[in-house]
Design a protein around this ligand. Structure first.
Ligand SMILES: Nc1ncnc2c1ncn2[C@@H]1O[C@H](COP(=O)(O)OP(=O)(O)OP(=O)(O)O)[C@@H](O)[C@H]1O
Ligand SMILES: [Mg+2]
Length: 423
């Protein structure tokens, strides 16, 4: 019987498992699922009470967006304030939730290879959290527990961008000093290393890693910025209400901060907040846009609005103009967005990525001329402003990319050498 290693990239948006055949020395299959969990309000009797991935989206939308829908669960790994959540009278901590996604991938892969594989290289971002090593440790511990709960016993961890680098190594013919950038849904990770196809199957790779770093910016940050700039006006950001007779004020801006990221939306579950929103609505003379905010909150429409935002982002990777469209329960949005205005919306995030990269190179003594080539991977490496950032910074270097969604998992699966090393 053949022996296999799984390379498992648990991502903010997508999770991917690559199956490496140790005897054939190659990847034989790759499975990808969106990192989404849906707990229907009324689970079908006799089945699990949750659904993972693409089917989670379908079921959630079919159920009229009721039940519990969990997105970007990777981000709660580093959140010390998140202890657990109750769903259908069961408690789930962060590891329990992550384990559901990992287990789903493992079960699918085990069906392909025909046995219960316990050996995996698991990816992790270089930093789970920008500003606290305690949070980073917490996230790593929680991820380890999740991996165990999913049924893996022989486990090694590898930085995600190093995984991406090993995938790139399979594409080159000679030694190269490479800057790898993995630009995902949650984080942007860098690694600078020497790749050498001749060393691909050797076991002492540690000294080839020259430097790694990362920043907490990704596709989710772009979507939040877009929601703030282009979405919130449709939900009443500019609404005026009559604070006292004859005195008009804008409704509090803080309300809109809470619709700009998916995980903050539960802010509106607070009864006091809900009541004050009713008041603003009343004293705004029943403003139409503010009514959209009530509709959004009451009907849990956040995910579907963010889907429309994501579609716009993806459309603008290809076209110069794309419509931001959303129509549901009286909320009507149909606005053309140009690539120039999209670039302006994500400008701050791009500047932060750029500044971080400068700092990373300086701190590690990497000069531009030391970079033979770049390898860009991850979903938002397709965003035009992101591509341009790298083209402008490294005008003389070759910029390569592979499969943006599976490179990391493939490279993790190629990291079997980690099992040979002392830990
Ligand atoms: N064609 C595209 N153009 C622009 N953005 C895209 C495109 N396709 C996907 N994305 C975005 O890429 C992001 C997901 O990328 P990816 O799958 O690499 O992330 P991830 O691995 O799940 O996240 P992370 O590595 O940060 O944990 C999402 O924000 C998604 O909207
Ligand atoms: Mg990723």
């Amino acid at each position: 019987m053949n022996k296999f290693i799984y390379g498992l990239d648990f991502g903010t948006t997508n999770s991917v498992l690559s199956i490496y055949d140790e005897d054939k020395n190659e990847i034989v299959d790759t499975i990808r699922v969106p990192s989404l969990i849906y707990f229907p309000e009324f689970p079908v009797e006799g089945s699990t009470n949750y659904i993972i991935g693409e089917q989670a989206i379908t079921a959630y939308l079919e159920d009229g967006m009721r039940g519990r829908f969990i997105k970007s669960v990777k981000q709660i790994l580093a959140r010390s304030s998140f202890i657990e959540t109750r769903i259908h009278s069961r408690r789930y901590n962060a590891s329990d939730l992550v384990a559901l996604i990992l287990k789903d991938l493992k079960t699918k892969a085990d069906q392909i290879i025909g046995y219960d594989c316990k050996k995996a290289v698991i990816g992790r971002p270089v930093f789970f959290d920008d500003d606290s090593s305690a949070k980073d440790t917490l996230a790593q511990t929680r991820l380890s527990t999740a991996v165990e709960k999913a049924g893996f016993t022989e486990v090694r961890f590898q930085f995600e961008p190093i995984g991406a680098a090993f995938a790139y190594e399979k594409m080159i013919l000679k030694k190269e000093k490479v800057l790898v950038a993995d630009l995902g849904g949650g984080t942007t990770d860098f690694t600078y290393l020497e790749l050498d196809p001749a060393r691909a199957n050797t076991t002492d790779r540690q000294k080839d890693m020259i430097a790694s770093g990362g920043i907490y910016i990704g596709g989710d940050s772009f979507d939040s910025a877009f929601m703030w700039e282009r979405g919130t006006p449709y939900f009443g950001k500019d609404t005026l209400y009559e604070a006292s007779p004859g005195k008009l004020l804008k409704v509090p801006i803080s309300l809109f901060d809470n619709i700009c990221s998916w995980d903050k939306m539960n802010f509106f579950n607070n009864v006091r907040i809900r009541r004050s929103m009713e008041d603003y609505y009343h004293y705004s003379n029943e403003d139409r846009n503010f009514k959209n905010l009530l509709t959004l909150v009451d009907n849990n429409l956040g995910y579907s609005v963010f889907q429309a935002i994501e579609r716009t982002k993806i459309g603008l990777s290809e076209y110069d103009v794309f419509s931001f469209q959303y129509g549901n329960m009286g909320i009507e949005i149909d606005e053309e967005i140009t690539i120039q205005s999209y670039n302006a919306i994500i400008q701050k995030d791009l500047e932060r990525i750029s500044a971080y990269l400068d700092k990373f190179m300086l701190a590690n003594g990497i000069k531009k001329e030391d970079v033979d080539s770049l390898f860009l991977t991850g979903g938002i490496s397709l965003v035009r402003g992101v591509k341009e950032l790298f083209q402008d910074k490294f005008p003389g270097s070759k910029i390569n990319s592979g499969d943006n969604f599976i490179s990391v998992a493939n490279g993790l699966a190629y990291s079997g050498y980690l099992f040979e090393e002392e830990i």
